[in-house]
Design a protein around this ligand. Structure first.
Ligand SMILES: Nc1ncnc2c1ncn2[C@@H]1O[C@H](COP(=O)(O)OP(=O)(O)O)[C@@H](O)[C@H]1O
Ligand SMILES: [Mg+2]
Length: 307
């Protein structure tokens, strides 16, 4: 059995369409013959099950975290999309909204053993470490923005915090280095180091080997940008500008893999608890999902390729 390709779907802001995009990309992947697993890591605001046509999931992540089931695959349920399963994040237990690091690590490690060609990890809104740890854990990540300035800012903060979390985890036990990484600040406040390149430059003298590890980690990551709810050509340019900003300040390439147009049909399908892409009619919106997924497949099946 091949390891699954695990992709997180985040972006900082709520309501930009992370769960919608997760649902429909997964559905397009199944039409290409891939099996797909979904995991709702939006603990506290979980609703991916509704997008996937499940009113009340029988089991979910809470049962695994609480130890009611030993194996992650025991808490997965089938969805209305053939050839997919879901591990739901829905829970009545408030404390599970923010699992601790060990619990998260256990989920992350065991997710890799699950049976699927692709696993899509739907993240909650925000950019604190409860969320960004999931971005940092997997080499592939999708960032969704909707073209509004707030979504661009939130996505930037999400990526920056995700990178810092990832780098800090590389050096567990080295408190001094971890603190120097944490002090890396954003370009707006002008405190500390404004770019990841500057941070690396500053560390180079004291931490030669570690800087090599940092560089490798940054280069090993593939982050994809999707622009959602696009209404005009200007919206599309926001995506290109955002990718440039991320490259300049955060030193990770952000691959723009396409946009999804604004479509009232999507809203309707969510209300009907029916994944949009399963509608038999062809539409421009459907074409967008297919194009984005094709780009994603190209890169994830051959990581040396850029879209
Ligand atoms: N391209 C789109 N066009 C129109 N409505 C959309 C689009 N993408 C998502 N939506 C709607 O926006 C709302 C928020 O989407 P959702 O996927 O739940 O966002 P998130 O997971 O980021 O919080 C939903 O009602 C959904 O139907
Ligand atoms: Mg969501």
């Amino acid at each position: 059995m091949k390891d699954p390709v695990i992709i997180s779907v985040g972006g900082g802001k709520g309501g930009v369409g992370k769960s919608t995009i997760t649902t429909n990309i997964g559905a397009v992947l199944t039409t290409r013959g891939f099996s797909v697993g979904y995991i709702d890591a939006d603990l506290g605001g979980a609703n991916l099950h509704l997008c996937l046509g499940i009113k009340r999931p029988r089991t979910g992540l809470q049962d695994y975290i609480k130890g009611r089931y030993k194996h992650l695959n025991e808490v997965a349920v089938q969805t209305v999309i053939p050839n997919t399963w879901l591990i739901s994040g829905a829970s009545d237990i408030l404390e599970l909204a923010n699992p601790n690091f060990a619990q998260k690590q256990k989920i992350i490690n065991n997710l890799k053993k699950m049976d699927a060609d692709y696993i899509l990890v739907d993240l909650g809104a925000g950019s604190d470490y409860h969320i960004t740890d999931f971005y940092a854990a997997f080499p592939f990540g999708i960032v969704v923005i909707d073209g509004f300035p707030t979504s661009v800012e939130n996505a930037y903060a999400f990526l920056k915090n995700g990178i810092i979390r990832g780098l800090v985890h590389l050096f567990r036990g080295n408190k001094e280095l971890q603190n120097r990484i944490r002090n890396f600040s954003d370009p707006v406040s002008k405190k500390g180091f404004s770019t990841v390149d500057q941070l690396i430059g500053n560390l180079e003298k004291d931490y030669t080997n570690e800087v090599t590890i940092i560089r490798q980690w940054l280069q090993s990551r593939k982050t994809f940008l999707i622009l959602n709810m696009v209404k005009s050509g200007e919206d599309i340019r926001i995506g290109t500008r955002f990718a440039e900003l991320v490259k300049k300040y955060l030193s990770i390439p952000l691959h723009y893999i396409g946009y999804i147009i604004y479509s009232p049909e999507i809203r309707k399908s969510i209300r009907a608890m029916h994944p949009f892409i399963l509608n038999p009619q062809n539409s421009k919106t459907k074409e967008c999902f297919v194009a984005v997924t094709q780009n994603l497949v190209k890169v994830t099946q051959n990581p040396y390729l850029n879209p």
